[in-house]
Write a protein that binds this ligand. Structure first.
Ligand code: GDP
Length: 304
């Protein structure tokens, strides 16, 4: 949490402090709204979400006089509504494996966003919470990914199912992993996929194939497709989310690298424009640096 705060503080520095210093407790003026708008855009909250919250604030100001602090409070509430909307419509506030079923979480994302690291952290979180956990190294495209996953697996005592042969079929790895999972009564199978934007159709085919295998072998499995996004990539992350959402049936997002960025606002853009519930946030390279997403905590940290 401290790391998240520290990261988001960067947002805050150019944000609330600056604004409050400037305005004191004078009533908010149209110019102050322009400043707020700029600050939100700068934090990567995205045009749509920014327009939405600023126009709500404008409407509110037509009804009553608000000082800067009350204005920020109102904004926080509005931003939280945006982030909460896809979470509410998903039916679960907190993504946890359902006991008694096989839960399969597929992680997709562009290279470098922190997909493998996140999978390692999820394995740790899950096994620490006493869910029997297994990893499927189905990113067979990137040779180093398997080795990297084995290191993470060792750290949390979670076995990694892989196929070392060159260009192994990802679906075949998942097939083996499902067999193991069934044998061992696994609660959560974490699948690393080679989600690449350059090969959109392949990605769609690959995910569809993986889902078909899961469905055939374990019809009542609970499958989540989670897109991993790097907060420090800002609007580029939003672009990735839109592109992935077009080619794959996603059910949520994980935002990484919130520890060193002022661009945490991309979480809002992804909620508003791609309608994806944010499920976890990563704030550091260590195994413990992953937290379930909490919109209240997030908005408070961003606009503290
Ligand atoms: P992948 O290519 O998407 O699988 O990305 P990796 O998991 O290999 O991560 C790429 C780099 O980002 C590595 O150096 C990780 O240590 C780093 N990384 C991943 N998540 C975080 C995070 O939350 N915070 C920071 N600071 N670095 C991270």
């Amino acid at each position: 949490l401290t790391k998240l705060r520290r990261g988001l503080e960067e947002t805050r520095k150019g944000f609330v402090t600056e604004l409050l210093d400037k305005l004191g407790d004078d009533p908010l003026t149209p110019e102050a709204l322009d400043d707020l708008e700029t600050l939100l855009i700068r934090a990567d909250v995205g045009i749509d979400s920014t327009d939405k919250v600023i126009s709500s604030l404008r409407t509110k100001l037509n009804e009553e006089v608000l000082g800067a602090e009350a204005g920020i409070k109102f904004l926080k509430k509005e931003l939280k509504l945006i982030i909460d909307k896809p979470i509410k419509s998903s039916g679960t506030d907190l993504l946890v494996p359902q006991k008694g079923k096989l839960n399969v979480w597929l992680l997709v994302g562009v290279n470098g966003v922190g997909k493998t690291t996140t999978l390692g952290k999820l394995a740790y979180l899950s096994s620490k919470s006493n869910y029997k956990t297994l990893i499927a190294a189905a990113d067979t495209f990137r040779a180093a990914a398997v080795e990297q996953l084995k290191v993470w697996g060792d750290r949390s005592n979670v076995e990694v199912i892989s196929n070392q042969s060159k260009n192994a079929d990802p679906a075949a790895v998942v097939f083996d992993a499902i067999n193991s999972a069934k044998k061992r009564n696994v609660d959560l199978l974490l699948v690393d996929t080679a989600g690449r934007l350059q090969t959109k159709n392949n990605l769609m085919d690959e995910l569809a194939k993986i889902k078909k295998i899961i469905d055939r072998k374990v019809p009542d499995a609970i499958v989540e497709s989670l897109l991993v996004l790097d907060a420090s990539q800002g609007q580029n992350g939003l672009k990735q989310a839109k592109s992935f959402a077009k080619s794959a049936d996603l059910s949520g997002a994980i935002i990484t690298k919130l520890d060193g960025t002022s661009r945490g606002g991309v979480s809002l853009a992804v909620s508003e424009e791609v309608n994806l519930p944010i499920r976890f946030i990563g704030a550091g390279e260590g195994i413990k640096d992953l937290r379930p997403f909490n919109s209240y905590e997030f908005v408070e940290a961003m606009l503290a």
